[in-house]
Design a protein around this ligand. Structure first.
Ligand code: SAH
Length: 281
């Protein structure tokens, strides 16, 4: 039986619920550490009947779901085909219309680079009731565990979250971002999904006036037991990340706040996170 077929079967509940769609709850799973689930998210997971989930960073989050609940994996993992966004939305709508409450579990926060906005729009357009339970986004998790406050009166008065997803094909692949805005001083830039484009990102920021010695770091698997931070500068980070074999999921953090981890990461005993120091950071 395919995971996709089963929940679509017609049953007594769907007859009772005919015409009245069940609720879809978009839940933020947080960055990895299951203890970073909100109480509201954990309560929703404990009460879940059908869970549609992405590829989650932390293993423990799904343990909160009761064994009796149906879990349907709709994310993408290396080597596997992703279910298209359209198909995920269709499945959610069909389940809700058949009277089954759906818990749609997404990494971090559903409304931060998680396509939660598109899913909520589709639910609203279809007249399906929904609720959004926020989660701690990867940037916030990484900031706390790697010791880099995202804002700081002395170093960063603004904070930008951007996606570093490469677009296009072959040599023409590029990252379409507002580089002059990102290169401004006294702000922190956090780039999601940017690992593949790290050399392009650092080069573009320098071309647009950001000094090459600006502190920059990657934080891999933030808040997990095997979290790892690699820190350097705009000039050094791409090579460091390559040599150290940094892998996804990882964030790129750029700005003076990266320096603060020298003192803050050491005194943060919440994680046994690995920190690789590089000259210049
Ligand atoms: N909605 C999520 C982001 C989804 S996009 C959130 O709010 O966090 C997926 C990207 O998030 C990954 O490519 C990576 O850049 C980042 N990411 C997610 N979890 C992470 C983690 N634990 N450590 C580092 N980066 C993470």
């Amino acid at each position: 039986m395919s995971a996709l077929d089963e929940p679509l079967r017609f049953d007594a509940r769907s007859l009772l619920a005919a015409g009245v769609p069940a609720k879809v709850t978009l839940v933020g799973a947080g960055p990895g550490d299951p203890e970073l689930l909100t109480i509201k998210a954990a309560n929703a997971l404990r009460a879940a009947q059908v869970v549609l989930h992405d590829s989650l960073v932390g293993d423990g989050v799904l343990d909160v779901v009761p064994p009796t609940a149906h879990r349907i994996y709709v994310g993408k993992r290396a080597g596997c085909h992703a279910m298209s966004q359209r198909a995920i939305i269709e499945l959610m709508l069909q389940l809700a219309r058949s009277g089954r409450p759906v818990l749609r579990l997404k990494g971090g926060d559903p409304y931060v680079f998680g396509r939660g906005g598109e899913e909520a729009q589709a639910l609203a357009a279809a007249g399906v009731p929904f609720e959004v339970i926020p989660g701690i986004s990867a940037a916030q998790g990484a900031a706390a565990s790697a010791g880099m406050p995202l804002t700081h009166r002395d170093h960063a008065r603004a904070l930008v979250f951007a996606t570093g997803h490469l677009q296009g094909v072959g040599d023409a692949r590029t990252v379409d971002l507002d580089w002059p805005m990102l290169a401004r001083p006294r702000q922190t830039v956090v780039i999601y999904m940017g690992l593949g484009a790290l050399p392009v990102i650092c080069a573009q920021l320098m071309q647009h006036g950001m000094p090459g010695d600006t502190p920059a770091a990657t934080v891999e698997r933030a808040t997990c037991a095997d979290e790892r931070t690699i820190a350097g500068t705009l000039e050094t980070l791409p090579a460091l990340a390559r040599v150290q074999g940094v892998r996804s999921p990882a964030l790129i953090v750029i700005g003076e706040v990266v320096r603060l981890r020298d003192t803050l990461a050491m005194t943060n005993t919440a994680t046994g996170a690995a920190v690789v120091n590089a000259a210049g950071a």
